[in-house]
Write a protein that binds this ligand. Structure first.
Ligand code: PMP
Length: 436
């Protein structure tokens, strides 16, 4: 085992002053155990920890770093912006340029408002939906994460969708009561909920590519069906594209599936590694937002000029280079090679679900008809436990997967075929040590 002495010391100190020693829970390695390496720097596809170890990174800050760490174009844009001032709290043109870029390339984003995180984007979009429709209820899906706004911290009760119970302490039951939860991949359940509550539902919110509970790939006809049912009842459709936006295609999953939402939320890639979120959509809906309309939403650091510059550099580069086909090809090859290595080194069933540059390694037998995991309950029972030794074996060999069995992997333009071959080899070696 490699030494994580300095990380361990820092982790012990951090736990005294911060809950769990971290500022976002999964970073504490609770799902995999052990000491999280404290990261000192990152470059390209690599992370470097305070103990001098280097890791090929598949977490990529949970998605933003689509061109890799310290991409020179993004870094220069941010540094130049700092030289002009870190924050103005006033009208400025950086956010205008970024907004125009988005609005001119994404037809369903007729207007956009920048915020500071994906959570804020979702929280604001649902407020707009409620304000615009005058309705209170929201429908979300079991297995979709939408950030930590109270109304979104709920999941389904058992069986078919019903009134939800809070998923977190501190969320009032009254807040949760307005959030209905449906299972994914089940249109009949959505129809039933709309039959029961249709006139009260302001919006349906969905990750069109659910990527927070494994990668639960949904089919186009299912997504279209959800949209049709919602619209028939006068409810709005919010696509949460915090992960998929600008990553699967410039226009995200909506572009890929050919479905235009009424409102869409962005985060991660849009800020080039800085804290940026955005909500966008039909102009008549965005015009409900203050100062034009009566839906209040504001932010001291919203559209921060440094973050806007990094986002603009990232999005311009995405438009100029359109790396999507190459990223997808690389990800598919990685998945195929992981499966082959798995077969060579172990009797454990290994599959890999991918879309675009997202991948999720599934350990254990998938028992669905088409071999795809589309709902949380279809995740093999052994997956969670098998992931732990796999994760640590890979970490020890210098490969940093997202530290949870239920988080996806992200490839960037900076991951080279050689680096990925090294990963596949290490994957095989590690898997051979995991008891089947
Ligand atoms: N929605 C989705 C789909 C996400 O994946 C996330 C974060 N992983 C969020 C919302 C919340 O974004 P943030 O962490 O920036 O608040």
């Amino acid at each position: 085992m490699k030494s994580l002495d300095r990380s361990a010391q820092l982790f012990a100190r951090a736990q005294k002053v911060t809950p769990g020693g971290v500022h976002s829970p999964v970073r504490a390695f609770k799902g995999v155990g052990g000491v999280p390496p404290f990261i000192e720097s990152a470059q390209g596809a690599y992370l470097q920890d305070v103990d001098g170890q280097r890791y090929l990174d598949f977490c990529m800050s949970w998605g933003p770093m689509i061109f890799g760490h310290q991409d020179p174009d993004v870094a220069v844009a941010a540094t130049d912006a700092i030289a002009r001032g870190c924050s103005f709290g006033a009208a400025e043109s950086g956010s205008l340029e970024l907004a125009e870029l988005i609005v001119s390339h994404i037809p369903w984003a007729e207007k956009v408002r920048f915020v500071n995180s994906g959570t804020e984007a979702v929280m604001s979009a649902i407020r707009v939906a409620r304000g615009a429709t005058g309705r209170s209820k929201l429908l979300k899906f079991d297995g979709c994460y939408h950030g930590h706004a109270d109304a979104m911290l709920v999941r389904a009760g058992s069986g078919l969708a019903d009134m939800a119970t809070p998923d977190s302490a501190g969320v009032p039951a009254g807040t949760a009561a307005d959030t209905l939860v449906a299972p994914l991949n089940d249109l009949a359940a959505v129809e039933q909920i709309f039959a029961d509550y249709g006139a009260e539902i302001a919006a349906v919110i969905i990750e069109p590519v659910p990527a927070n509970n494994g990668l639960l790939l949904q089919q186009q006809n299912y997504l279209q069906g959800v949209v049709d049912i919602a619209r028939a009842a006068g409810a709005l459709v919010i696509f949460d594209e915090v992960i998929s936006g600008f990553r699967l295609a410039f226009g995200g999953a909506a572009e890929r599936f050919g479905i235009a939402p009424d409102l869409v939320t962005y985060g991660k890639v849009i800020g080039g590694g800085f804290p940026v979120g955005a909500y966008a959509g039909r102009a008549d809906l965005l015009d409900h937002v203050a100062p034009v309309g009566d839906v209040y939403q504001a932010g001291t650091l919203s559209a921060n000029p440094v973050a806007m510059s990094a986002g603009l550099a990232t999005l311009k580069k995405l438009l100029a280079q359109s790396p999507y086909a190459a990223l997808e090809e690389k990800t598919r090859a990685l998945a195929a090679n992981i499966i082959t290595a798995g077969k060579q080194h172990s009797t454990l069933p290994v599959s890999v679900q991918t879309i675009g540059s997202l991948f999720w390694i599934v350990l254990g037998e998938v028992l669905t008809d088409d071999g795809q995991v589309r709902t949380p309950t279809q995740i093999p029972a052994l997956h969670k436990d098998l992931f732990v030794p796999l994760f640590h074996g890979l970490l020890d060999r210098g490969f940093y997967l997202s530290p949870s069995a239920f988080e996806v992997g992200f490839l960037s333009a900076a991951h080279s075929p050689d680096q990925l071959s090294g990963f596949v080899q290490a994957f095989g070696e590690t898997l051979s040590e995991v008891p089947a």
